[in-house]
Design a protein around this ligand. Structure first.
Ligand code: SAM
Length: 283
């Protein structure tokens, strides 16, 4: 009878988001002991491993080769090798590659073991002073303002704290869209350069945060997490009160603009939030 090979394990290893001391002891042990490390960008991971004194075989796994690479890595794991997956920073799969690989491995009953560590979303939330009992991680918003506003309109009534990742060249435009969709009075916190030398939290109302970055343009650099307090129950109820009327008008196939005008007029509220509500209900 042929000998059955014991299958290997894939370790999902979190790496620091800035401060290199944030690597865990367990992460170092795993990165030392596996047969290979699959990395989002091998040029980025190589110096990290060098700093840790680890000499490893690096294999690239990024958004553009994940499908084919996953099949190759599955075969290696089935032959008994063990590997680790890392991304450039933080926890793999959190707005980083790895989902297709982990899904494939789970489908083939390969052991997948998480090695937890830093992630910008949790690092930002735990020090922001916004409610953390319920939150919604939304990743990156769309790059174009029109689509971004549509997504935000759908989140306006969410009572959970909302968390977004954002790039420095879009952060101010996104703050303006937040102001337009949620109103300038909503509380928020912006976490910048977490765990690094110039780490900063800017908090206040959306209006205040916009004003801060307008007056401190030198701070519009680095890496950002935006956190916005959830809608109060009162705000959430206010717009949805008009849902049944909107739905009746949608069924009559009236144009979105006309429905918004009718409902805004009838309810005595501004057209823009109703317009976005109509669009959200239409989809
Ligand atoms: N996998 C990572 C994680 O676990 O957080 C996220 C990767 S995503 C491609 C990169 C984004 O995460 C950045 O654009 C920024 O929004 C956020 N981020 C990562 N490191 C950060 C840091 N040190 N400070 C603030 N935000 C950070």
């Amino acid at each position: 009878m042929p000998e059955t090979t014991k299958q290997g394990t894939l370790f999902i290893v979190a790496t620091p988001i800035g401060n290199l001391k944030d690597i865990t002891q367990r992460a170092v042990e795993v990165l030392e002991s596996v047969d290979w490390v699959a990395a989002e960008d091998t040029r980025h991971t190589k110096p990290l491993l060098q700093t840790l004194g680890i000499n490893q075989t690096l294999i690239s796994l990024h958004d553009h080769n994940e499908a084919s690479r996953s099949v190759q890595l599955l075969a290696r794991l089935q032959q008994g090798e063990s590997g680790a997956l890392v991304s450039d920073a933080g926890t793999p799969l959190i707005n980083d590659p790895g989902y297709h690989l982990v899904k494939l491995l789970r489908e083939h009953n390969i052991n997948v073991v998480p090695i937890p560590g830093a992630s910008a979303v949790i690092t930002a939330l735990c020090a922001a002073g916004l409610p953390t009992d319920r939150f919604s991680y939304e990743g990156f918003l769309p790059a174009k303002s029109g689509k971004r506003c549509l997504v935000l309109a759908g989140l306006k009534e969410d009572v959970r704290t909302l968390v977004f990742y954002e790039s420095p060249h879009r952060v101010q435009a996104t703050l303006i869209d937040l102001q337009q969709e949620f109103g300038g009075d909503r509380v928020m916190s912006v976490a910048r350069e977490l765990t690094k030398k110039f780490e900063q939290f800017v908090q206040g109302t959306i209006d205040e945060v916009i004003a801060y970055f307008e007056h401190n343009s030198d701070k519009v650099r680095g890496e950002f997490v935006l956190m916005v307090g959830g809608a109060t129950e009162k705000e959430a109820v206010a717009l949805s009160e008009w849902d049944s009327l909107i739905e009746v008008l949608l069924k009559q196939k009236l144009p979105v603009k006309q429905i918004s005008e009718i409902v805004a007029d009838y309810a005595g509220i501004k057209k823009k939030p109703i317009y976005n509500r109509v669009l959200a209900l239409k989809d």
